[in-house]
Write a protein that binds this ligand. Structure first.
Ligand code: ASP
Length: 418
């Protein structure tokens, strides 16, 4: 008889690591130098692994997203409506996220980021930012982790595979396989996050004392206000204005999936429940089965909000005043970064590295929020799946002909999909 040892969930491990880092940091404030010299390097190893995985993850997850759209050709209109809706809502999420963070900016502290060196770089003019999105070399973007260029490469190559049609079939399987391999590697790296969190955070707490803890409350509050605002404004108005569905009925219909996403922090893991909720709300099963998995791969409004808020917070901590051009870069990069974020726990923080790099902020700044990332993650995953579901319901309704609206999308027991 084998008795399997039950593994502690990663979320619990991370919370324990966080609590430990705070206790150790506060107890050893006088030994902050020791922690910075001997503990922080292990955190740096964790960060290096994150940096190592970010390029292939972006490259292959975006390519896999694009090649999966070969079906879009078949469903034509549905695919276009879906992608347009995803893009617009994510852009709105970013504007709300950065806007709220901007309002909170005054309350964010400037920290003694001991050991987390940062050299101010000259801000790049906006037109140069635009030109620099496009690669002039195949290897450089991969080598230097120039993420916007990596994304453009992924889009060009992905569409090339789609245009090859039948002849691109092997490439599609290859891309999907590589995507799975790197996802697995990312899972392995994420499993190390409790150690990474402890080693990165303890020295920061020791150097900054309790002030750093107070600052978490404010940045978390800012993110959650933006999450709620986005749901209430964007999703409520979308379902009401586009398909005349009651927002209350929509959120009620989604409540099970939202609770599940909150506790698992995984859009992909929540997929079956989200699908069931959409079915019960009267969405077309075929349409929801297309929109939701695509959304779990490329549509991450909550993640975009989180990245916007975090970047503004990290800039504040480093005492960096962001320029308007940098705000535009943050919005642009985070929209793209959220597309490249996998629907699994903790992947949003990996993509945060890319947004930080795009505005010349140090990736090490992630240390400041890594310990509480799970708290952000729970909320952002709820927003992510709610965005996907709103799209499934709206696109379904827009493509349903011949039924009166009230019959299609009101939530009643008889409404469940058959
Ligand atoms: N956990 C999120 C999701 O599954 C992704 C993220 O980390 O931002 O949607």
């Amino acid at each position: 008889m084998t008795k399997e040892k039950k593994k502690m969930p990663l979320a619990t491990q991370i919370f324990i690591a966080l609590a430990l880092a705070v206790v150790v940091g506060l107890l050893f404030q006088k030994q902050a130098d020791f922690l910075t010299t001997y503990i922080q390097p292990f955190g740096t190893i964790f960060l290096n692994l994150l940096k190592f995985i970010v390029v292939p993850i972006v490259l292959f997850s975006i390519m896999a997203g694009v090649v999966s759209m070969s079906d879009v050709k078949k469903v034509g209109k549905i695919g276009v409506q879906t992608v347009v809706y995803f893009f617009i809502t994510t852009a709105l999420a970013m504007v709300i996220g950065v806007g709220i963070a901007f309002l909170f900016k005054g309350t964010f502290p400037e920290l003694a980021t001991s050991g987390l060196e940062y050299e101010a770089t000259e801000p790049t003019p906006f037109m140069d930012v635009l030109v620099n999105i496009f690669p002039s070399n195949f290897i450089d973007p991969l080598l230097n982790a120039t993420m916007l260029q990596v994304i453009v490469m992924a889009l060009i190559l992905g569409f090339a595979v789609v245009l090859l049609g039948e002849r691109g079939r092997d490439a599609v399987s290859g891309i999907n396989l590589l995507n799975e391999i790197f996802m697995k590697a990312m899972e392995m790296i994420i499993a190390l996050s409790p150690i990474g969190v402890f080693c990165l955070l303890a020295p920061v707490v020791a150097a900054n004392g309790a002030m750093v803890l107070g600052s978490f409350a404010k940045v978390i509050l800012a993110a959650y206000i933006a999450y709620v605002l986005h749901c209430v404004l964007v999703y409520s108005l979308s379902v009401k204005l586009l398909v005349n569905m009651s927002p209350i009925a929509f959120f009620k219909g989604m409540s099970t999936a939202m609770a599940f996403a909150f506790s698992t922090s995984s859009s992909v893991g929540s997929l079956p429940i989200t699908l069931e909720c959409c079915d019960k709300m009267g969405a077309e099963h075929e349409i929801a089965s297309f929109v939701l998995p695509l959304g779990a791969t490329i549509n991450m409004d909550g993640t975009a909000i989180y990245q916007g808020v975090s970047v503004v917070f990290i800039a504040s901590c480093y005492g960096v005043e962001l320029t308007p051009a940098q705000y535009v870069t943050i919005i642009l990069t985070a929209v793209l970064a959220s597309i490249g974020t996998a629907g699994v726990p903790g992947s949003g923080i990996i993509m945060l590295a890319m947004v930080l790099q795009a505005v010349g902020l140090p990736v090490e700044g992630i240390a400041l929020i890594a310990g509480v990332d799970r708290i952000f993650d729970m909320g952002r995953t709820v927003v992510n799946i709610t965005g996907d579901a709103s799209c499934a319901v709206i696109v379904s309704k827009l493509n349903q002909k011949g039924k009166p609206q009230s019959e299609e999308l009101a939530i009643t027991k008889e409404d469940s999909f058959e």
